[in-house]
Design a protein around this ligand. Structure first.
Ligand code: ASP
Length: 313
């Protein structure tokens, strides 16, 4: 009737005012870096600014919670990483269902993680770090962005692999966690190259290894954690763009088009490659590509947490 006609008319003009892209972690961190450069590129296609809003807290679950309840008009979007897949296994009362309460727009880029120590931490390489970690256990402070964050996921896998327990210190994102590492208030941080490459290259932190199975182009001399004895250790961080459930299909199509154009935009792609990230192939840049991936990741990480004996809180 009239209502759907006016909704259609609105879609044709979409967007008529700025969009908000919610980042569930602190400004200046790795998710924020991807969001801001992606937003700048997508806004060229959409003809409206994309304003990044950092809605931090609860391991990155407050951002998706907010977006799941936002008006489904295409003006509030979410960017999130593996946390969409890990949260169901970590929280008993998650206020949203990652697999059902959103419209799925597409994936963006894959990013390796790096395990680092503060500059003054005694071990100089991964074998020395392993010995140091086993000897010092919970005297070691591990910074992360809370349960649901990839820094926490990486730390969980690490402690599980080493059979040791660190003291975990949660922050609103890994930007403040990195500040704490640089200031020597914490000892260890595992975080994406999208934030850590400049610090690693500048020598302001100690790098122990990368979390991919193969060495990465951005840090060819850095050993993988697997090479250093942690067999099968692998965390790759992926990113997806989401809209509230019920956002009109025509609007999703426009946003997806802007996303796919941005992923080919040299301004965005070059910046991502410089930060060690890799743009996902076209099949993943679609709503179906993101939803299918999210399903398989939810199964993968959920199973892994159960095996590691992690109880939802
Ligand atoms: N890298 C963070 C994480 O651990 C999130 C961030 O601050 O971007 O999930």
């Amino acid at each position: 009737g009239l209502l759907s006609l006016s909704a259609q008319a609105q879609d044709k003009n979409y967007p008529t005012h700025p969009l908000t892209l919610v980042v569930p972690f602190a400004a200046g961190g790795p998710t924020d870096v991807v969001a801001r450069s992606l937003g700048a590129s997508m806004s060229k296609t959409l003809g409206q600014p994309i304003v990044v809003e950092n809605r931090t807290g609860a391991g990155g679950t407050l951002g998706p919670s907010f977006v799941s309840r936002a008006h489904p008009d295409g003006y509030t979007l979410l960017i999130h990483h593996n946390g969409m897949a890990t949260a169901p296994a970590l929280y008993k009362k998650l206020p949203y269902d990652p697999l059902k309460d959103f419209e799925y727009i597409g994936q963006v880029a894959d990013v390796p993680m790096t395990l680092m120590g503060r500059k003054s931490l005694p071990p100089n390489d991964m074998p020395a770090f392993i010995a140091y970690a086993r000897a010092n256990g919970n005297k070691i402070n591990l910074a992360n962005a809370g349960p649901g964050a990839v820094s926490q996921l990486c730390g969980t896998l690490l402690q599980d692999a080493l059979g040791t327990q660190f003291t975990e210190i949660p922050y609103a994102g890994t930007a403040p966690a990195m500040s704490a590492l640089l200031g020597g208030q914490v000892d260890v941080l595992c975080d994406q190259t999208t934030q850590t490459l400049p610090q690693i290259k500048g020598g302001s932190v100690k790098l122990y290894g990368v979390t991919t199975l193969e060495r990465i182009k951005a840090l060819p001399d850095a050993p993988t954690l697997q090479e250093s004895g942690l067999k099968g250790f692998e965390v790759m961080v992926w990113h997806g763009i989401y809209a509230p459930k019920g956002t009109p299909k025509a609007t999703i199509d426009r946003i997806n088009e802007a996303l796919r154009i941005a992923l080919k935009d040299p301004a965005f792609a070059t910046k991502m490659n410089e930060l060690g990230a890799e743009i996902v192939p076209p099949a993943k840049q679609t709503p179906e590509g993101l939803h299918t991936w999210l399903q398989s990741e939810t199964t993968k990480w959920g199973g892994m947490m159960k095996k590691a004996g992690i109880e939802p809180q």
